[in-house]
Design a protein around this ligand. Structure first.
Ligand code: NAP
Length: 245
């Protein structure tokens, strides 16, 4: 199950495609219900796998509950969860408002908490599960993408969430990990990146380009997959070396 996986050029959609190609049944949860259903239909048709698309606001408990109920009724038990739903937040700190700050934390931190807690019930019962949440280089470096302080702080919260939850879930045979991408060629940074913006974002990247959604998808798919059972509480950097530069 993936949240935030309906936008056609996003990391979530690429991850759903990758997982479907690996034989997983796919549930796409996204704010835009119609886009979620369309993405699921396309993925199901392309890979011959079962796929459902459901509308959700990850920041709302009732909405999360209803969406996961729908997934549970339609597909086999949920083995893996990727928390990808996200919004950008390019607001300078001194212009930040309480409403803006709270919205960013509601989507990233409350959303990750709500969706993860909801699916863990079944995972704990079955003693098998994989959780992967998307943080950002912005949490580690304070920048490197487009969004500012609220985003960096909420993405840093994902890292603490991941480590602490991994401690509680290890005994249940459930792994909990994070990935921290650098700049990736999606539309979240204020629209589709122009070549000029890609070049700007790549200035300090050791592999001198922005990353592709498919590259992040491959990492998430590995962490959700059967070979990653001894990896937990980890944060995987995927940033072309930006952090080191
Ligand atoms: P994206 O294509 O915009 O994907 C984000 C998706 O989340 C969109 O489909 C969006 O729907 C959805 N969403 C927003 N609010 C939601 C909510 N309350 N409930 C459910 N879904 C919601 O962007 P992306 O770049 O693939 O981002 C995926 C994740 O990677 C995000 O967490 C982002 O912060 C993270 N990330 C991205 C980069 C990068 O450079 N692209 C770098 C580091 C981390 P709408 O389009 O309808 O808003």
């Amino acid at each position: 199950m993936l949240t935030g996986a309906a936008s056609p050029r996003g990391i979530g959609r690429a991850t759903a495609d990758r997982l479907a190609g690996d034989g997983w049944a796919i549930a796409i949860l996204d704010l835009d219900a119609e886009a979620a259903r369309t993405a699921a239909a396309e993925i199901g048709a392309a890979h011959g796998t079962r796929a459902v698309g459901v509308g959700v606001d990850v920041s709302d408990q009732g909405s999360v509950d209803a969406a996961v109920n729908e997934v549970e009724a339609a597909l086999p038990p949920i083995l893996g969860l990727a928390n990808l739903a996200g919004i950008s937040s390019p607001t300078d700190f001194m212009a930040e408002t309480v409403a803006g700050w709270d919205r960013v934390f509601a989507v990233y931190m409350r959303g990750t908490f709500l969706v993860t807690q909801r699916v863990l019930d079944g995972m704990i019962e079955r003693r098998l599960g994989r959780i992967v949440s998307v943080s950002s280089i912005s949490a580690q470096r304070g920048g490197g993408t487009y969004s500012k302080v609220a985003y960096s702080a909420s993405k840093a919260a994902i890292l603490g969430f991941t480590r602490a939850l991994a401690c509680e879930m290890g005994p249940h045979n459930i792994t909990v990990n994070a990935v921290a991408p650098g700049p990736i060629d999606t539309d979240i940074m204020g629209g589709t990146l122009t070549e000029e913006r890609k070049a700007q974002l790549s200035v300090e990247v050791l592999v001198p380009r922005v990353g592709t959604p498919a590259e992040v998808a491959a990492l998430i798919a590995f962490l959700l997959g059967p070979d990653a059972g001894y990896i937990t509480a980890a944060t995987y950097d995927i940033n072309g070396g930006l952090r080191a530069s």
